[in-house]
Design a protein around this ligand. Sequence first.
Ligand code: NIG
Length: 405
Amino acid sequence: MSSLLLRNIAQLSTVDAQGTVFHDAAVLIQDGFIVWIGQDAEAPEATEIHDLGGRAVLPGWVDSHTHLIFGGDRAEEFVARMAGESYTAGGIAQTTSATAALSDAELLAAVNARRTEALSMGTTWMETKSGYGLSHAEEVRHVRLIRPVIDQLTFLGAHLVPKGMDAEQYTDLVAGPMLADVIGQVDFVDVFCERGAFDQAQSRRVLAAATRAGLATKVHGNQLGPGPGVQLAVEFSSHSVDHVNYLEPEDLQALASSWSGWERHTRSGLRGVVATCLPACDLSTRQPFAPARALVDAGVEIALASNCNPGTSYTCNMNFVVATAVLQMGLTLPEAIAAATYGGALALGVESQVGSIEIGKRADLQVLDAPSAAHLAYRPGMALTYAVYRAGEHHRGIADRGLEK
Ligand code: NIG
């Protein structure tokens, strides 16, 4: 049986329930799983040893909200926004046309390239959404193509009402024949519940159809203004409500109540609705940051994700997301790291498999070219990912220039 020992770890942030941090640590991996964690001096024998040279190790990022299935970019829209235009979801239609123009091979290559880029920056588990198809045939094509190359897939047929179609008819199409054709291939159904996208009644129809089909749900909610998204997510016991920029006191209360049966310190009990904060998107759309501090203080479990997409957040750099959450949103470094690892796993319902460094979990770890995880926010914008282990398999990070210190 082959085993891999990662040793000479200056700081190991496990992100377990107690937030245990080891110094001078080692981790033993067997068949892609973590089987031992402890002091370097007490490390067991292994068939292969990687000396990490006094670097910091933490769980791989779990990016729980991305839209990787797209063609083209919208740099002009971004430039106009930075010159004062406000974001409306209308640009989605432009991406829909650019995506439809790609062949299967081109679309698959584009998604694979984005997935590889994210891996080189520490992301070991990634969700992505459909939603730039916006026709029956295109949505089904995207789901079929991308299913094999992504960890989890979300059906977001209800992203925007396509031009020339009535909103009610399109909602019926999404909740009926389109959903029927993706069941068995997707993990979640999502709806963009926002002015200009899907209203409360239409969003409810999509979520109800998903629930009837036995699928878990997510909601894009309260991104561009106050709205019913959060309340719908709570009503449907969705795994997460994402964006959450504009929360009324009753929204915060509803999210907090959803976690009232949960023990944060033991991570046990009844789970509620994860609030997924997307700070890179907030910067790129000049929206106020989601109130991450208030959410955590109210007892809500939060996730941090990249929201990588060509309209509102063209980055899959989770180091940047974590640094922004610490520097601008009032989270501590351990809180931000936990939200980008365990929180993401909770938002995806895979917290028993990934999201922390614990015995029995998949060996998804990242190595920073730094002695402590603090460097993520202390040196924002620097390429710090030295190595990534996904299911125990080594990948070079963008900071590995093949040089030893
Ligand atoms: O999560 N909010 C809706 N969907 C994406 C943006 C899509 C786009 O503008 O292309 C988001 O921000």
